[in-house]
Write a protein that binds this ligand. Sequence first.
Ligand code: NAP
Length: 258
Amino acid sequence: MYEHLERLDKYMLLEGKVAVVTGAGRGIGRGIALALAREGAMVVVNYNGSADRAAEVVRSIEEGGGKAAAVQCNVSDFEAAKEFYANIVKEYGKIDILVNNAGITKDNLIMKMSEQEFQSVVQTNLAGTFHGVKFVSRPMMKQRYGRIINIASVAGVTGNVGQANYSASKAGVIGLTKATAKELAPRNITVNAIAPGFVETEMTDVLSDSVKEAAVATIPLGKFGQVEDIAEAVVFLASDRAKYITGQVLCIDGGIAM
Ligand code: NAP
């Protein structure tokens, strides 16, 4: 590298790679799936309930000349996740890139938060990520290559009112990222987290106008982010350009957490 000027449009960054994106039927996951496919990766578009939307993502990738398949799995379920990842390895021979994107919110003030609201958010966001990292670690270790990108949140870095469950789950994802980055580094597997701020998706659509206005007031760049702001960073971290980066938390939040 850097021995001569390379034209970037001559090749794709992820040709020949097999990528899995959880929760890729809509929102940020959808954008990540499209961006990885654009760079040549074969993408497994995971969904839980959104079968039609996952099929639409696969169609758009195929129409653009890429390769993808939609596969259902509730990633919060240990046994279901075990079977999901094993089947992908059986079908495609390997997993090079895993993006743990699936996530939910169930916002409430701590005083009113039910056990179910706490547990379901932790089970999906944190345990779902644990399942992914755990079940790809063996095949990635065997091939001595892997890129794992966990979608955390700025709420896991700074905390957020009404989101004790969500902030705890995402802070957990950050701890999981750092511990597994250390464990897996000797086998050439990098594990990084991205901590988005407010991104325009269905997750933030539900916020009232007054909450959105108050949120914008805390963002130095003065606006919500777009799905592609996250997706392009995932492409970078998944590529060999980021081969010496591991255990990091990249806040993509318009400056909230600085
Ligand atoms: P979204 O539009 O609400 O989409 C959530 C996605 O997660 C859906 O594709 C959903 O799949 C999937 N999912 C939920 N539970 C699942 C499960 N048990 N198994 C498999 N998939 C499951 O959310 P988003 O805004 O795109 O968020 C994506 C990620 O970014 C989440 O981890 C979120 O916490 C994080 N994030 C978002 C923001 C933001 O402002 N939007 C900010 C910080 C972090 P189905 O539809 O198939 O059920």
